[in-house]
Design a protein. Structure first.
Lengths: 237, 292
């Protein structure tokens, strides 16, 4: 397998503060990888640095193409969908408009229409509310909308920033089930950043653990789940 | 009773002026999330351009179209050169920019075309409309154009991809970038469209208030008031707000003793403040619903 995304010596800065201290990792095409870490470890920053939303140095390559000089929107146009922390819902627009926006860079009208139907099949609750202002949805519904919006791009790589945040456990399970399905059936490579390590490790095939801006552990998800340090720090047993 | 209907009619006809300007105000608010104090001056300058074109012998509607195109391009150019570099600056810095732009355009117009008052033609004629002395064919035409413009804007924002992208960029810029929208160009496009709409407003208003560099001063205040009253997020609200301000101003001037012409404006503005205390998003503005 070839690496789809290659990250080399990634360093990121907020003003004078350095948040990432030289990250190296790669994602294989078709993989579902999780990036675990505590609050403030640099998980969100990693995703933001990949999309050039924060000042960074180092090399990020997608399909061998360097992303460093590209704007956020042109990185997205390469097929990288980013579901940001806090979901990034267009709260004043309707649910359906949110979905259409996900596909705003696509030109195939028929494909967009059928993809919207596909999203309604994945997330039936969105169909019931398609004319509703998206800000009126519950947190869980907004998270589903955010994932659906990202999928409307027909991305090759999807970056998810703590999709479980603030959601009830049952809803998280549903959501992760759908993510697994999307990964297997639609062949979307997924990188999911999580604090909920247990669920993320069940779902993923690869895992990285990040601490204070450095990757401290890498490997298969099962292997990481069995690691004693990880169990103590992130799984709590 | 006849006096009352007449005053309403007169209110609608002045309201058309405010409605037109309010549309331009809403347009820029959609794009940049605040008001552009130089908008009236930009409209005035556009109107002078069209006047100049007509002086050179170009027919009215050609001058109208050329002016629209020029204003659209100039709006984009102003955004690219002056306000794009200020995009991340504090709001007060941008306000200073607007005020600078205001006086630069005003002075330039005075320098090029001097401050004498000029007649401006109307394509609709100025005879009484349907036999009423209070509303002329020009004012009726103006109401027609404003309504047409409103319908066109509605379709643009509701049913086109660019319209949707512009709304998204105004609503959550970061998310807009994350779906691949070039938000910076959406703002420039908003400036261009606002300048174009402003040009239409100026051209329609000029036959009523006459053409001179300070023609838009009062009009812009009413336009702001109308837009705020109707809701800054709603083009429809802006137009209704424009007509309401016109009507209230006229009724107050006629029926409230001691008000007369001098106090018309404060009365209208007081009413607006009252409305906003009750409905902060304006009459037709969409209150932003948030659920956490």
């Amino acid at each position: 397998m070839t690496a789809m995304l290659n990250v080399k010596d990634l360093r990121a800065y907020y003003g004078q503060v350095q948040a990432l201290h030289g990250l190296n990792f790669s994602l294989n095409e078709g993989s579902l990888t999780t990036l675990l870490g505590a609050n403030g470890a640099g998980k969100t920053t990693t995703l933001r640095a990949i999309c050039n939303m924060v000042r960074s140095t180092g090399a990020v390559e997608f399909d061998g193409r360097p992303l460093a000089s590209r704007s956020t929107e042109s990185i997205v146009r390469l097929g990288i969908a980013h579901v940001p922390q806090g979901r990034g819902t267009f709260t004043t627009l309707t649910v359906e408009e949110n979905l259409q926006l996900g596909a705003i860079t696509r030109k195939d009208k028929a494909g967009i229409v059928s993809d919207i139907e596909r999203m309604y099949a994945h997330f039936p609750v969105l169909k019931q509310r398609y004319t509703q202002q998206a800000g009126t949805l519950s947190g869980g519904e907004q998270q589903m909308l955010a994932v659906a919006r990202a999928l409307m791009l027909r991305p090759r790589l999807m970056l998810l920033d703590e999709p479980s945040f603030g959601l009830a456990p049952l809803i998280v399970r549903d959501l992760f089930k759908i993510l697994g399905k999307i990964n297997r059936e639609d062949k979307v490579t997924i990188l999911v950043v999580e604090q909920n390590a247990q669920l993320a490790l069940e779902l993923a095939d690869q895992a990285y653990v990040i601490e204070t801006g450095r990757i401290v552990m890498a490997g298969g998800a099962k292997e990481i789940a069995n690691n004693e340090d990880v169990r103590k720090s992130y799984l709590g047993y | 009773m006849e006096l009352f209907t007449n005053q309403i009619l007169a209110g609608i006809s002045t309201g058309a002026i405010y409605a037109c300007m309010a549309l331009a105000v809403v347009m820029i608010y959609q794009a940049i999330d605040h008001l552009n104090f130089a908008q009236g001056e930009m409209a005035m300058f556009s109107t002078f351009i069209s006047w100049q074109l007509m002086q050179w012998g170009i027919p009215y509607w050609w001058a109208f179209l050329l002016t629209m195109a020029f204003s659209f391009a100039a709006g984009i150019a102003i955004e690219r050169t002056l306000f794009k570099p200020l995009a991340k600056a504090p709001i007060l810095t941008q306000v200073a920019g607007f005020i600078a732009l205001f006086s630069i355009i005003n002075s330039c117009a005075g320098l090029i075309w001097d401050f004498t008052i000029k007649q401006y033609p109307t394509p609709f004629g100025s005879s009484p409309f349907l036999g009423s002395q209070l509303i002329s064919t020009h004012q009726a035409g103006m109401i027609g154009v404003t309504v047409l413009l409103l319908v066109a804007l509605y379709f643009f924002f509701q049913y086109t991809r660019v319209g949707l992208a512009m709304r998204a960029a105004a609503s959550v810029p970061e998310s807009a970038r994350l779906v691949g929208i070039n938000t910076s160009w959406m703002i420039a496009l908003g400036w261009g469209m606002a300048a174009g709409i402003g040009a239409i407003a100026g051209i329609l208003i000029a036959p009523v208030v006459f053409l001179e560099p300070n023609m838009m001063g009062g009009v812009l205040i009413y336009g702001f008031a109308a837009a705020v009253l109707g809701g800054l997020t709603s083009p429809f609200g802006a137009v209704v707000g424009g007509f309401l301000v016109g009507i209230v101003e006229n009724l107050a001037g006629t029926y409230i003793p001691g008000v007369g012409n001098e106090l018309k404006l404060p009365i209208a503005l007081a009413l607006i403040i009252t409305v906003l205390v009750v409905k902060p998003a304006g009459l037709f503005g969409r209150p932003i619903v948030k659920r956490v």
